[in-house]
Design a protein around this ligand. Sequence first.
Ligand SMILES: [Zn+2]
Length: 68
Amino acid sequence: MVCFCFLVDQTRQIRRSKPAAGFCSRCGGGASVADMKTATRFCFVPFYWRSWRAIICTFCGAIIRSYR
Ligand SMILES: [Zn+2]
């Protein structure tokens, strides 16, 4: 019997953020520019991560715009 391991998960971390102009289209909250770090883990061991910058909503956490 084959047992699949669904222990792959992704964690999104905001390293730092500062207020930016603009509003969230979903809730109308304030926007902020954030340096994000996404880590993909397998069995709780990170094997891939990348840093990126995005404009996020400070209220609901929605990503308004992302930069590569
Ligand atoms: Zn929002």
